[in-house]
Design a protein around this ligand. Structure first.
Ligand code: TYD
Length: 228
């Protein structure tokens, strides 16, 4: 069977970054923008996206994998991703539906690898297993000074009437978050064709516009009817 031509095939776009950078809002906004351009698009997230992967998400985020170490967690995230790719991402792309994911494989490299100390070669091997060839076409890395991101998370928690307990990843120290940020930046500079780093230290609307201009630049010819 012939591959869909590069100008018509469905695209796989991932969003990455540290805690509190506003990814989830921007994934939703990009989905709406693409829909207005006539693109069929699904939005998903990691860890999660399928029933099996959501079960692993609950296990990890409730802190039940805490004694497993970063290596054990990398394996769990990869197992969740393997199901997510095979059951949701690949079938959608095959039928021509674009896929937006709030986090994907770069999170394992940044959190468990570069910040958590898991060996690169193990991360590479898990990536090969989980991705099964489905490397994203574009990764938007939302970058922000962790001190600012912390303030945003705190504000959001107060607005939502929540105590700032967060899940177990949100409880890490500031220094750890700085290493995480550098991890994402290192991944982006090692993959300049795939990754676009965008400052998340701006309002929701200008940030949406900045993301849209990257998407329009990469895939403009596929976005005929949109306001590029
Ligand atoms: P989530 O509540 O979705 O956080 P966020 O809104 O920041 O995406 O929780 C996901 C947490 O799991 C987040 O702290 C990042 C972490 N994570 C990893 O450590 N490794 C991974 O491979 C993935 C996908 C997520």
């Amino acid at each position: 069977m012939l591959e869909a031509s590069t100008t018509s095939r469905a695209r796989f776009i991932t969003f990455e970054g540290g805690e509190g950078v506003g990814k989830s809002t921007q994934v939703k906004r990009l989905q709406q923008q693409l829909q207005r351009s006539g693109i069929d698009v699904v939005r998903t997230r990691e860890p999660g996206g399928t029933a099996k992967a959501e079960a692993i998400r609950a296990f990890i985020l409730q802190g039940r994998s805490e004694g497993w170490g970063a290596g054990g967690e990398a394996v769990l995230f990869a197992a969740a991703r393997h199901d997510h790719v095979n059951q949701l991402i690949a079938p959608n792309l095959r039928r021509g539906t674009w896929v937006l994911s709030d986090r994907f494989h770069d999170s394992t490299r940044a959190y468990q690898g570069l910040t958590g100390g898991v060996d690169d070669k193990l991360i590479d091997a898990l990536e090969r297993l989980a991705l099964n060839g489905h490397t994203p076409d574009l990764t938007i890395v939302l970058d922000m000074d962790p001190e600012l991101a912390f303030e945003r998370v705190a504000r959001r928690s107060v607005e939502d009437g929540l105590a700032l307990t967060g899940d177990r990843f949100e409880k890490e120290e500031l220094d750890w978050h700085k290493r995480l940020r550098n991890g994402f930046l290192a991944i982006a500079s090692a993959n300049p064709d795939r990754c676009a780093v965008i400052s998340a230290d701006q309002g929701e609307e200008p940030l949406e516009a900045a993301i849209w201009s990257v998407v329009a630049e990469r895939f403009g010819e596929q976005l005929g009817g949109g306001r590029a």
